[in-house]
Every structure is written in C-alpha cells, then in structure tokens.
Design a binder for this molecule. Structure first.
Ligand code: AMP
Length: 216
C-alpha cells in the first residue's frame, strides 16, 4: 500500500491513518508531526518552524521536502501512508519525481471531504496529549480521567485565529492538488462525515475497488 490521505485540516486524516496502521500495519509519515517534533526537539529550524505553524501558514516547500526525504528513508518503499503531504502543487510535483526515481509511485490519493462547519467544530474541540500527541475531542472523544488534565492541551494552531488561516490556505494553495491527482487517475473521493469507523470502512472499500487491497 502506497497511498496519501488528502483533505482539509480536521478531515480526519490522522485518525484514519491510525485505523489503517492498526488493521494493516502500514506506517504513516505525517509532515505535520515531523514539523512538530523538530520544534519540540529544539532543532536549529525550530523557532522558524514554530512561527509558520502557529500562524496557520505553511512551512516552505524545501524545508518540508528535506524533512520528508530524511524520514522516508526509514520506510519500506512499498508500505507507507502519507498524511498532510503534499500540500502545494510544487510539493506534489516534487513528490511525483521523487517516488518515480525510487520506482515507488503513489497508488492512490484518498481525498476525505467534510463540510467546512464540521471541520471547524472538530478542530476547535480537539485536544492532544502533550507527550504522545494522541488526539481527543472535548465532546466526541473526551480524554480518559487517568490522564492528568495538565497533559491535555490545545494545539496552538487549533486556536480560532489559526484555524481560520489554515482553512483559507487549504482552499487557495492545497485544494488544487485534488485536480492534479484526478488528472493522473489517482484520486478517490471518500466522504469523511460520520464515525471514524464508518469512514474507515469507506476507505477500505475504495482501496478494494481500486485493487490496492484484496479484501475488505
Ligand atoms: P498538520 O498536523 O498536518 O495539520 O500540520 C500542521 C502544520 O504543519 C500545518 O498547518 C503547516 O504549518 C505545517 N505543515 C505540515 N505539513 C506541511 C506541508 N506538507 N507543507 C507545508 N507545511 C506543512
């Protein structure tokens, strides 16, 4: 399986990647996690990255591509799920060339569609575990009581002002990627509305009907 999960912030890409990992053992490469861990580990790029991410903007392509190249070396070239990458047309073109050079082109891009009001509701209620980054939602998936409250935090880019900017960036810069993959026959659109288990089932069906998985 070599796929990318695509969609607006709050579409559930990370959650669906976890479901796929649990069922098929295929690991995810999330560029958002790579950026956050660079910031957490106080790497040389940390402060610069923090300002991009906290304002809800995108990190420059060349930085994300370098982080991606470093990380993908730890993956089998036949087994990965991309989450949050590519996010610009130049990144998509770069990725096509990179994967072609490794004879490992993407087999499918699953685009999760969710109405904007719902993505806002999901992002504004999202909380994460400060150390593990495990996601929760204050209404739909509250953190269990054994986790000390001070370890449950809101991502800085989930604050209302950052969410507005992230959605605007998604619409103008990231959404055109759908057409890029559609033209190449790689796009599968899946509704991201409903419970995570329902969305997971739809993704499985899309992968089966595209001969990427053999059974549901
Ligand atoms: P995510 O966890 O995927 O929502 O990503 C969080 C933030 O990391 C984004 O809002 C961007 O600031 C940055 N980021 C993640 N992936 C990319 C990417 N492919 N290109 C540029 N910036 C990215």
């Amino acid at each position: 399986m070599r796929i990318a999960l695509f969609g607006p912030p709050g579409a559930g890409k990370g959650t669906q990647a976890t479901y796929l990992f649990e069922k098929y053992g295929v690991r995810t490469l999330s560029t958002g996690n790579l950026v956050r861990s660079e910031i957490r580990n106080e790497g040389p790029l940390g402060p610069k990255l923090a300002s991009f991410i906290h304002d809800g903007g995108l990190v420059p392509d060349s930085i994300v591509e370098d982080l991606f190249t470093e990380k993908i070396a730890q993956f089998e070239f036949d087994q990965f799920i991309l989450d949050g990458f590519p996010r610009t047309i130049p990144q998509a073109e770069w990725l096509t060339n990179f994967l072609d050079a490794h004879k490992a082109p993407l087999r499918k891009v699953i685009s999760l569609s969710v109405p904007e009001e719902e993505t806002i509701e999901r992002l504004s209620g999202r909380r994460i575990h400060k150390l593990t980054c495990e996601p929760f939602h204050i209404v739909h998936n509250p953190p269990p009581s054994h986790i000390p409250p001070h370890l449950i935090v809101q991502r800085l880019d989930d604050r209302p002002e950052s969410v507005t900017e992230r959605l605007a960036v998604y619409k103008t810069v990231t959404a055109p990627i759908e057409a890029y993959y559609e033209e190449r026959g790689l796009l599968a659109k899946v509704s991201g509305v409903g419970s995570p288990a329902q969305v997971h089932q739809r993704i499985i069906e899309a992968l089966v009907s595209n001969s990427i998985l053999e059974w549901a």
